[in-house]
Design a protein around this ligand. Structure first.
Ligand code: HEM
Length: 214
């Protein structure tokens, strides 16, 4: 009975995994835009609490990190489920993560610091958590720009190497979150734990373990 169920499920999975990506693709776009729409609505309705700038900074930061985690989970899912088609979702979700990071940074430099570059650079250099966030942001921006098709052709094999820096961005962003909150707050540690699990899929041992399972 168990074998019959497994065979049926695996046949169903093989036949439908391509179509599932076709459904997930628009959902990825809709799901990524929703947090921004909610933020705009809350801003419009004065629904951002006593410190709206800090609240919107937190929200955009958390959305950027969540989307980064989702985009980094594409490769492990591809390996574990033998699902090459899921790769199509990585680029749009990664680009949304970069866009939220850019908005997060924009809020910091415009609303927090009124474009006073001297103070902005002082903050980046003197506060470790800002430096880590800034470094992650620069990497994400670079990857977003080079994900344009022109660069894909121009960079050839180097493109793949360059885009491995997304893991460094993930690590730095998780560290930025840990240091941004008061000691004892657990939430950033959950993000960091998921990030570490996803990063571990870069290890050849973990990759061969995952390949053996399928
Ligand atoms: C680009 C430069 C960046 C700057 C200047 C920056 C700045 C900040 C600031 C000022 C805060 C608020 C800290 C506080 O509570 O006082 C913050 C929080 C945060 N940032 Fe960034 N950040 C940057 C990049 C990033 C990136 C790239 C990510 C994720 C991909 C990120 C994710 C977060 C998260 C998750 C929080 C905490 C949210 C919370 O407490 O709920 N930041 N950042």
């Amino acid at each position: 009975m168990k074998a019959w169920i497994l065979t049926k499920t695996s046949k169903y999975w093989k036949e439908n995994k391509r179509s599932l990506v076709k459904i997930l693709h628009p959902l990825a776009h809709i799901g990524s835009v929703i947090p921004f729409a909610v933020d705009l609505l809350d801003f419009w309705q004065n629904n951002l609490g006593a410190n709206p700038i800090l609240e919107i900074t937190h929200r955009t930061g958390r959305t950027a990190l969540t989307l980064l985690l989702i985009s980094l989970s594409v490769s492990p899912l591809r390996l574990l489920l033998n699902w090459p088609q899921i790769n199509k979702l990585r680029r749009p979700i990664g680009l949304y993560a970069s866009a939220y990071a850019a908005i997060h940074f924009g809020i910091f430099i415009i609303l927090d610091f009124n474009l006073q570059w001297g103070y902005i650079f002082q903050e980046i250099l003197n506060r470790k958590f800002i430096l880590f966030g800034f470094s992650a942001g620069v990497i994400l921006l670079l990857l977003a720009v080079t994900s344009l098709k022109v660069f894909l052709k121009k960079l050839g094999k180097r493109w793949k190497k360059l885009h491995r820096f997304v893991y460094a961005a993930g690590f730095l962003a998780a560290l930025h979150f840990i240091l941004a909150v008061k000691p004892g707050v657990l939430r950033p540690w959950y993000y960091a734990a998921i990030m570490l699990i996803l990063l571990s899929f870069r290890l050849p041992q973990v990759q061969s373990w995952a390949k053996e399972r399928v």
